[in-house]
Design a protein around this ligand. Structure first.
Ligand code: SF4
Ligand code: SF4
Length: 97
């Protein structure tokens, strides 16, 4: 067992960006700002893909997404995330071993 921190382990993964074709999207950004009080996606995504801006809007950048599905579950109440796996060959390439 190594003494690496989680951030260091995540850094060992590789990610292939499918430019212009994000595999996850916020369906209605207005709903995030106006109706989602806790905006839990901004604190629960392990890759930090969701950012809360000063005006209450939430910005999603899928680069580095681990495809864990947490955001989809967290947003179950609002169903405001359109979620799919990346196309074959794109997305996270986990480091094994
Ligand atoms: S949990 Fe869903 S509705 Fe709430 S801020 Fe995140 S994406 Fe928007
Ligand atoms: S699937 Fe996981 S890593 Fe990807 S954006 Fe959602 S919570 Fe973040």
């Amino acid at each position: 067992m190594s003494g690496l921190r989680v951030e260091e382990k995540l850094f060992q993964n590789r990610y292939r960006v499918d430019a212009g074709r994000p595999h996850i999207g916020i369906v209605d950004p207005t709903l995030c700002a106006d109706s989602c009080r806790d905006q839990q996606c901004t604190v629960c995504c392990p890759a930090g893909c969701y950012t809360r801006e000063g005006n209450g809007r939430v910005v999603l950048i899928t680069d580095g997404c681990l495809e864990c599905g947490t955001c989809r579950i967290i947003c179950e109440e609002h169903r405001n995330i359109a979620w799919a796996y990346p196309r074959g060959g794109y997305g996270i390439l986990f480091k094994f071993g």
